[in-house]
Design a protein. Structure first.
Length: 94
């Protein structure tokens, strides 16, 4: 993924099919702390049940998903869904 390009969430092909997500679709990744919108990238590199969101992309505030006080952001549960909205909005919950 190019650092200057649009951030993408990578997910496994089987997971994409189960959720009705195709490569290039807008997806919403949600945790109890917030949500981020990004483009889907379907990849056989990911295991089913995992989604990869880059943490060093300048336009992707993935920290909105991280549980407060957590010492590592390598893995935590999220909800993944195809976004019906046509925007890449990000929300934080209070």
């Amino acid at each position: 993924m190019a650092r200057g390009g649009e951030a993408a969430g990578r997910l496994n092909r089987a997971a994409a099919e189960m959720t009705g997500i195709a490569a290039g679709d807008l997806i919403r990744v949600t945790s109890p702390q917030g949500a981020v919108g990004l483009r889907a990238k379907v990849s056989d590199e990911m295991l089913t049940g995992q989604v990869f969101v880059p943490i060093h992309h300048p336009d992707q505030p993935v920290n909105r998903l991280v549980p407060f006080g957590r010492k590592t952001i390598k893995a935590f549960p999220v909800k993944l869904e195809r976004s019906e909205e046509n925007t890449l909005e990000h929300q934080a919950t209070q």
